[in-house]
Write a protein that binds this ligand. Sequence first.
Ligand code: AMP
Length: 284
Amino acid sequence: MEVIERVDTIRERMQTLRCSGKRIGFVPTMGALHEGHLQLLRASVQENDITVCSIFVNPTQFNNPDDYKLYPRTIEQDTELLKTVGCDILFAPKAEDVYIQQSLLQFSFGPLEAVMEGEHRPGHFNGVATVVSKLFHYVQPHRAYFGQKDLQQVAIVKQLVTGLSFDVEVVRYPIVREEDGLAMSSRNKRLDAKQRQAAPSLYGALQLAKQQLGNKPVYSIKAAVEAYLSSMDEVQLEYFEITDPDTLRPLTEVQPGQEVALCIAAFVGPVRLIDNMLVNLNEV
Ligand code: AMP
């Protein structure tokens, strides 16, 4: 596996690969790799000639300085894991090289960023859109793989790709979970034993909501989720929404046959976690 740190080096390398007709798959990450990341990478390795993984803890998408400072960084272990899945190129740039000057660009995604992660993490999606645009320019991928775990991020990236005519196919990959249902996340590494035990309750809340969909009104499902999580020590619910899976607009009522996305964010101890579930109301 090649390891490239410099922006001008990756640009040149990718230019050469593209001109020689290689299909490029790209998996952008912030490192501290887990099985969720590895499954995205395996999909890319299978579906493309060359797979590039980026590891970059992007400062501009963190609205909380502690979250940025404490974000797990395990580059040596990550490098070894990437070799095991057949990744061809690891791109691990330095922040100074990506942001040679402070970016003053402002993206606007309309209603999509006014809810959930957009509402609760001001500036987050601006940072995501900035870094994804930069990474797409450096890596010039044919396909880029994103996890459904960050459902709103996928919607933002799709809007970015359409809005700015990036010639990239965005692939959404399903959520990979631990055996107890907890969605895998680099931030899980920060949970202590008690918090780790409480963390699957986010998934529990989504399952509870799924069971009640179609039988109970939305406000009552939301109240049941709030009640369930308020009984958990260590868990502080930030939001739970039943949304349209494409626009992520929160719904106040649902219709038979409709597809919805159940979305949740909560603090478990000091660690903020998110999760979601796509549900077809015909199947509940
Ligand atoms: P991150 O390193 O957290 O920025 O994640 C890099 C990519 O991996 C993003 O597209 C995430 O949505 C995806 N990802 C993270 N956790 C999971 C998971 N548990 N299942 C599937 N994809 C994931």
